[in-house]
Design a protein around this ligand. Sequence first.
Ligand SMILES: *Cc1c(COP(=O)(O)O)cnc(C)c1O
Length: 380
Amino acid sequence: MENKVLKSIEELPSPAFVCEERLLRKNLELLKKVQDEADVKILLALKGFALWSTFDLCKEYLQGCCASGLHEAILAKEEFGREVHTYSPAFKEEEIDEIIEISNHLVFNSFNQLNQFREKALGKTSIGLRVNPEYSSVEVDLYNPCGVYSRLGITKEKFQADNLEGVEGLHFHALCEQNVDALEGALSNFEEKFGAFLPQMKWVNFGGGHHITRKDYDVEGLIRLLKEFKKRYPHLEVYLEPGEAVGWQTGYLVATVLDIVENQMSIAILDTSAEAHMPDTLAMPYRPDIRDSGKENEKKHTYRLGGNTCLAGDIIGDYSFDKALKVGDKIILEDMIHYTMVKTTTFNGIKLPSIVIKKEEECYQVVKVFGYNQYKTRLS
Ligand SMILES: *Cc1c(COP(=O)(O)O)cnc(C)c1O
């Protein structure tokens, strides 16, 4: 099946993530517009989107990648090229040499780490510090980098103004799925707390969480805000590093109904899993959209959709359909490319979803099919 080119969704292996090149290019074009008009550089955050068989397309538009550690940095270098920026909450002694070798920018999360690795990094990579602007606007704690007791970034209180030898940039990441108003708030806190150090810096990085490709995002407002910032600090290179905005609404997960059982309601068992293939549906939690479906009882036939693992809570949600479901029907779970593919597991021995690219030529290319080996090799 791997590397096969297929004509229709019906022929695809199941389950499968399907990313549509056309939709990805649309997102990339919008991001490039921001880059060009505001004169900033945009990096792809691999944490949220690491579908590397699309990187030839991505690198036509974006400057490089931001990595969260050694493995993402290697992937960025091998498959993307261009700039590699690496930040980690804490780097390890045994990995730092390789990370420095690969990274154009290296961002430390604390002065301890800066002191520990500065000598090694000096002259080989551009050193930055992640600061915490203490602008807390993300409501879900799991995703709030500026929540109470956050370990991510240095607060103003702990900032050592006299210990900046070799530091060329400041980085903040304070947002999650947000619009320009939130960036405006975070940026104003950042400048108020750390603005005094900007004249001596070469670059700043505004992190990710900018939901630039979402329909209601104020792209013109972002460009305006960035231009105003650049007017205040014309010597600074400005970076943004969105992940979600790159993969946002670029594809789906196709699954198949394996059985329908009854227990005071109808329950369809799919060949996928909320726990193993869409963990955010349980962790966040959220209800994924399913193509041609409604809320429970909104359409004629209601089902609870469950996964094919033995976990009782492996439930995607309750949905209704115009026609009764039957074994073999395909279910299309929308917007499953960003953050979903990077988080899959082989829990319960369930097979990982295949990976398919819908080419701009309107055919489906199966780029990856997983098997028993991926389950076995991560255990011993
Ligand atoms: C998660 C993360 C990003 C990407 O965030 P998105 O919400 O996917 O845009 C960028 N930078 C850092 C440091 C991150 O932790």
